[in-house]
Design a protein around this ligand. Sequence first.
Ligand SMILES: NC(=O)c1ccc[n+]([C@@H]2O[C@H](COP(=O)([O-])OP(=O)(O)OC[C@H]3O[C@@H](n4cnc5c(N)ncnc54)[C@H](O)[C@@H]3O)[C@@H](O)[C@H]2O)c1
Length: 248
Amino acid sequence: MNISFDGKTVVVTGAAHGFGRSIAQGFASRGARVHVCDVNGAGLAETMKLCGDRTTAHVLDVGNRTDVQALVPKFGDVDILVNNAGGVRGQVGRPIEEISESDWQTIFDVNLSGAFFMSQAVAPVMKKRKSGRIINISSGAGLGISLTGIQAYASAKAGQIGLTRQLAHELGPWGITVNNVAPGFVRSNPTTERQWDAMGEEGQARLLQNIALKRLGVPEDIAAMVMFFASDYAGWVSGQVISVDGGK
Ligand SMILES: NC(=O)c1ccc[n+]([C@@H]2O[C@H](COP(=O)([O-])OP(=O)(O)OC[C@H]3O[C@@H](n4cnc5c(N)ncnc54)[C@H](O)[C@@H]3O)[C@@H](O)[C@H]2O)c1
């Protein structure tokens, strides 16, 4: 399958690292003009080097609606939005009694509110042009339970899957598709590296044994599914969640 995004304008959030960087590279190498957004400016600079000169970096906290509304209209005619920014924000699993309001809110701001604010900001231009693609990155934690035990993460990702279905129906009449990729465990950031180490040899072997394909994924596995949802091949697919986890 040969997918080209020549002439397309793509926005990728959380693109300073990990999946977001790989997704941005995937689009850039297939001809797209890519706007990469993240809170991490240094990481964005690295992504820019890998993506080439049709890519533009923007320091943006997707959980800040005012900043999102001020920036996104400057991107012009956005064809594709990938809401990838997220994660556990340095938190670890703790008992419910120990979770503060700000612990809870921080995870919701990036994983759920951010996807909503970004979608809200691109919707007018996509509706005007009667086409568009929105792809949200959730997690196996949003479909089942989180390996980390972080309540807010499982809840925010489940909420983001609900948002995907709802927006697919709201925006479908304008030819806009909204889909969701639910990745399995990938060693793509310091948190997942710590989780991997904490599993020990036995835990690591058990994790691999429970994956049909008997290997861990890599960021490119996630980017490939995003590219499919964004492509012409997925023109009649909307409101769907696909697990990219090697088979469970
Ligand atoms: N790695 C995994 O095992 C895994 C599994 C399931 C789902 N996911 C999800 O995939 C996405 C990418 O994860 P990753 O492994 O590449 O992690 P990562 O930490 O490498 O990338 C996440 C990026 O989001 C950015 N970010 C965080 N808060 C932000 C904010 N408020 N505004 C803008 N950017 C912000 C971070 O700076 C970082 O660059 C996340 O949504 C994560 O929840 C990851």
